[in-house]
Design a protein around this ligand. Structure first.
Ligand SMILES: Nc1ncnc2c1ncn2[C@@H]1O[C@H](COP(=O)(O)OP(=O)(O)OP(=O)(O)O)[C@@H](O)[C@H]1O
Length: 251
């Protein structure tokens, strides 16, 4: 499988604090990579660097490289809006816009220049189907998205990300605010999504990482200690620190 994202000796500073201490990793196409590790170890920081969401934080400085399809995402000619279209993001708490279900999905495509009603209708349906939400909302597309349940809202946010046709989806603890049934729905959806998308997910839930991911990366104190096939990380980690973490000895 091709690598879609590569980071090379990626360092990130919040002011003087070095939050990422030289991360080198290759993310293969159409796989789910789970980022695990104790609180504050840099998982979210790394995730957000992949589509330059950290640009918005004052005092951030980055060294090293992130290549997306071989292109340095920090190069001056990079259009950040385009990057975030290609590398979409889903947050911990569902954050639908206060508008109709339809308009939530159509928002991004309109922003990127799609105005034909037929095209938008098609995109809205495809995105909602892609996020396994279509059947539940097809009769209420003009109703407010805020009337959906938490789990439905999170699938709506996934559909919204899909609507601009990304190839990578970044998910920052996407189920931590959801009940167990909604969590399972999202996990099933992720298994579907990886047929067409590359997914990088931050999760605190070891069982979730074990259930859904192909690869697992263990972070500790701003370093990536190891990355490998999930099965191997959970059964035969190479590093003692990974073993201590996954067996619950700390964190
Ligand atoms: N905006 C910020 N300004 C300054 N320091 C920050 C900022 N965001 C994160 N940090 C620090 O960077 C380090 C890594 O934080 P990050 O949120 O990436 O960790 P994490 O592994 O995702 O943690 P959690 O699992 O608790 O979400 C932490 O020490 C955190 O306090």
């Amino acid at each position: 499988m091709e690598n879609i994202i590569t980071s090379q000796d990626l360092k990130l500073y919040y002011g003087n604090f070095e939050a990422l201490k030289g991360i080198t990793v290759e993310l293969a196409e159409r796989e789910i990579t789970a980022l695990i590790g104790p609180s504050g170890c840099g998982k979210s920081t790394f995730l957000k660097t992949l589509n330059r969401m950290n640009d918005l934080v004052p005092g951030v400085r980055v060294e090293g490289q992130v290549l997306y399809h071989g292109q340095d995402i920090f190069a001056p000619e990079v259009d950040v809006t385009q990057l975030r279209k290609n590398v979409g993001m889903v947050f911990q708490k569902p954050n639908p816009f206060p508008m109709s279900i339809y308009d939530n999905i159509a928002y991004g495509p309109r922003l990127h220049g799609t105005h034909s009603k037929a095209e938008l209708n098609d995109l809205v349906e495809r995105s909602l189907r892609g996020a396994s939400l279509w059947e539940e909302v097809r009769d209420r597309l003009k109703k407010s998205a805020l009337g959906l349940s938490g789990g439905q809202q999170q699938r709506l946010c996934i559909a919204r990300a899909l609507a601009v046709q990304p190839d990578v989806l970044l998910m920052d603890e996407p189920t931590s605010a959801l009940d167990p049934a909604s969590t399972i729905r999202i996990e099933e959806l992720m298994a579907e999504l990886k047929k067409n998308y590359t997914v990088v997910i931050v999760t605190h839930n070891m069982q979730q990482a074990a259930r859904i991911s192909d690869k697992c990366a263990f972070f500790l104190l701003g370093e990536m200690v190891e990355i490998g096939p999930t099965e191997q990380i959970f059964s035969m980690p190479r590093d003692k620190r990974t073993e201590d973490y996954i067996t619950g000895r700390f964190g």
